[in-house]
Design a protein around this ligand. Sequence first.
Ligand code: SF4
Length: 357
Amino acid sequence: MAWYGRHKRAMAWRGTRDPYRIWVSEVMLQQTRVAAVVDYYQRFLKRFPSVRALAQARSEEVMRLWAGLGYYSRARNLHAATKTIVREHHGKFPATYDAIRALPGVGDYTAAAISSIAFHAPRAVLDGNVARVLARLFAIRGDLRAPGRWQQLQELAQQLLPHKSMASPGDWNQALMELGATVCTPRSPDCIACPVSQICRSYQMGITSLVPAPRRKRSSINVQLTALVVLDQTGKTLLVREPNEYFSRMWHFPARLVETDSAQTVRALLRRYLPVRKSKREAKLSVLSPVNHTVTFRNLKITPCLARVRALTATPGARVVRLAGSNSLPVSSATKKVALAALNHLAKGAGSAANSR
Ligand code: SF4
């Protein structure tokens, strides 16, 4: 605790006891680096400063503010949970572990973090950082996520939690997480600077590099897509929201998996999204260099196909927006990259046209 008092990093969400703010930070930090979260956290809370403000928001606006942070089900669950709080708790954030755990999308870790930090509940958190610290302290070998072992670590974390009179459970939890995030890091633990090296079994046994055992990663797969960027004479384009696993249920350019023949994929997209024969004949096509994007275990290679037409009409389920302002809808990072590739291509074209005059 003394080490934490001296070395904790200053963060926007530290120092608050507001359960809503703690909740938003914990959800944003899942699977996401601190540096990537800071701006999102501030923007999100500025727009939705309370449970009620978020509960009343339109889903599209919530997703727009989350766009780029990834793992979009987090935002959908957060939004749904605020509605539950308004409906079942009159808008007041529930104050017990069990009531928090019962909210949509809230698991053991998040419920323990919120209840311990905001309400001093004696609940130990267990995330990847804490699990690694405990495994090294007690030289627990093997895959920490293996059945039974995670439970063993959870029980250990709970036993170690000091009595409230000695330390706030929330501060204790944050101290362990901070130790894992900054000192007892996955690949190169800084044991010399560590405040608990004298009681660390892995350090004493010289096996810190073996604990925990590396997790078997799901092997990545390569996916090739073609995205159709239709552009009319006023700079507007077409975005759709169709169920697929590549764009996180956000608005995106019409896209298809390239199965065998990319030209055939482009023709299928044109048939589907430019239904007027005249427009099809008028469309001027440019195939741009592919953009790469990784979503969990999928490496996407997306080839934007720019189709310029005179006029554009929205088909059912599609929206017509300015290409340069396509971020006004909730879009994923993959869609932002495709839009940027098209805009850069257009800017280059405009530059060479100006040079040739
Ligand atoms: Fe981690 Fe090293 Fe500290 Fe042990 S001594 S807890 S391995 S940083």
